[in-house]
Design a protein around this ligand. Structure first.
Ligand code: DHB
Ligand code: MG
Length: 215
């Protein structure tokens, strides 16, 4: 086991301390044969804290998978807050619905099944926080949609921006190029104040970008 994984395990057990609801959501997702690419518990709780720190009440997530990050996001908002989450695969959405209901946050969450680019056209803002964690090729379009649905002070998080260093491949695959374009927008858009951080841990070497809408 990579030492990063051991440290992540230690930090998770010592600091994050995920409860049975989130542990069960991960097992149920893996048992359903879905890809094990959900955020770690530490990252999930980071999202929860970001929601709480920013006082978010309306969250938009792109990429539900089994609803693991969704559970954390829903925990970060008040009882009457809402999460809209977009998922392409109906089978994934069904697993996510069960996980969200089992975790006791289902009443806060609407899962929109279908291509997120279509769903986004029908949604109205403003949202307080965005978590973009879906197909990477569309990252620039997802970011533009978030900007359209944002207000001054909205928070945007973009997952998987490093991918083991792949982000440096200017002639990389379409996913890499999608992420690179989104990062360029985050760095240069007049309405965004942005940063990006590398991470190591249970999901190896990756990173996320974070922005606040400043106008
Ligand atoms: C992949 C996607 C993710 O959102 C992630 O966090 C890790 C991996 C993937 O498509 O491989
Ligand atoms: Mg991800």
């Amino acid at each position: 086991m990579n030492r990063w994984h051991e440290v992540d395990h230690y930090l998770t057990e010592t600091v994050v301390r995920p409860d049975d609801a989130v542990r069960n959501a991960v097992s149920a997702t893996h048992d359903a044969g879905m890809p094990a690419i959900e955020v770690t518990a530490g990252q999930g709780k980071f999202l929860m804290l970001l929601a709480r720190m920013s006082g978010a009440r309306r969250i938009l997530e792109i990429g539900t998978l089994g609803g693991f990050s969704t559970i954390w996001l829903a925990r970060g908002i008040p009882e009457d807050g809402t999460v809209d989450t977009c998922e392409f695969e109906l089978a994934h959405a069904e697993v996510a619905r069960r996980n969200l209901d089992s975790a006791g946050v289902g009443h806060k969450v609407t899962i929109h099944v279908g291509a997120a680019l279509d769903t986004l056209l029908a949604l109205s803002g403003p949202y307080d926080l965005f978590f973009i964690d879906a197909d990477k090729v569309n990252n620039p379009q997802y970011l533009e949609a978030a900007l359209r649905l944002s207000r001054l002070g909205s928070v945007i998080v973009l997952d998987n921006v490093v991918r083991g260093g792949n982000v440096l491949n200017a002639d990389g695959d379409e996913s890499t190029l999608g992420t690179r374009r989104a990062l360029e927008i985050m760095g240069s858009h007049p309405r965004l104040e942005s940063t990006a951080l590398q991470t190591v841990g249970a999901k190896d070497w990756d990173g996320f970008a974070l922005a606040v809408v400043r106008s």
